[in-house]
Design a protein around this ligand. Structure first.
Ligand SMILES: [Zn+2]
Length: 62
C-alpha cells in the first residue's frame, strides 16, 4: 500500500501501489506518492536498494 495526494483532483488516501506513478482516481501524473516501506516485500527493488545503502561499504568481514 501507499499513500497518495493528487494535485490534479485533490484526492488523497491510500491505494495499492503497482509501480505506476499516477493518481488512482484521475490517472494524473501530478501526484505525490508515499510508499509505506514496512508493507513492501523484502525482495522489492526499493527494499533491496535501501538494504544496500544500509550496508554501506562495511564489507570487510571475512
Ligand atoms: Zn487525481
Amino acid at each position: 500500500m501507499a499513500r497518495f495526494r493528487c494535485r490534479a483532483c485533490a484526492e488523497e488516501g491510500s491505494f495499492a501501489y503497482g509501480g505506476i506513478h499516477a493518481c488512482p482516481r484521475c490517472r494524473s501524473g501530478d501526484v505525490q506518492i508515499a510508499l509505506i516501506i514496512e508493507e513492501l516485500p523484502d525482495d522489492d527493488p526499493l527494499i533491496v536498494a535501501l538494504n544496500k545503502l544500509a550496508e554501506g561499504d562495511d564489507n570487510t568481514g571475512d
